[in-house]
Design a binder for this molecule. Sequence first.
Ligand SMILES: [Zn+2]
Ligand SMILES: [Zn+2]
Length: 316
Amino acid sequence: MKALVKESGRVRWIDHQRPGVGSSTDVEVQVIRAGICRTDLYVARGLLKSADPVVLGHEFSGVITAVGEDVEELTVGDRVTASPFVGCGRCVACSVGEAPYRCLKPKMIGVDVDGAFAEYCVVPASLIYRIPDSLGFEKGAYVEPVAASLAVVEAGIDPSQRGLIYGGGRIAELTRRILSAHGIEDLAVFDPDEGGRLEECSLDFIVETRATERAMADMIDALKPGGLLVLKSRPRRDVSIEFREVVRKELRLQGAHYGSFDEAIELLASERLEVADLFGATHHMSEYAGVIDRLWRDESKKHFFSTEVTAAGGAR
Ligand SMILES: [Zn+2]
Ligand SMILES: [Zn+2]
């Protein structure tokens, strides 16, 4: 098969061994669509440590082509998507049955183990979620970002209080729409790039979607004493904060990693969540070099890879 592989610092679309189910609890998926995410750009550019070699990509949808002998609830032909973190199975979190993304030493597909920018990928069946026929493969490949934003719904926001989403851009907008679908309506998005400043001690809660030191200082400054700061980003580097201010104001910091994948699928299929306008183009994976360059400069839309080619040469 063909795959987008990073090896010795270079990304190439090359022939790669088709994985096949290695373990009795794995499934093999023919990838139909794969979303391109900032994490993929960081790995491609060597800004995030990854396995070497590794097949990139962690947001995808496709059709099951093989299942291991111990997989009971999935069959060949199922339309599916997946959660991207593989639990170690041995740590304290895994041993009490926490979700794999809460593992203390998780491996992320497309970073630590082979991922989905390929014609086929193999993942443990426990990461797989079936998607309904009514959900297109593009939206199917967008389940992971929606599930990630859904974590904010569970972060303890009081909708009667004053707050906003900090960050601007696609993730902030997606988070706004998801909160709105949950009755936390008309939440403003504050985009620091558009100028303006947050008023000191003016907000009960802030949902962070951009974690820079400057942003953290602004948000800590803008929260009222006892305020809630929901941390949503996964910056590739540590970000320092004004520790003393957090203590002095008795702020609450709440991480938001993932909500329910089942709910994300339901939301996307129900059309209670409009996302089509957040989507950009679908590109054939072989066009990766130009696509990565372009998205590095402008990530305002979610772009997708496909492995299928039409007679005209473009992605289906
Ligand atoms: Zn992602
Ligand atoms: Zn673990």
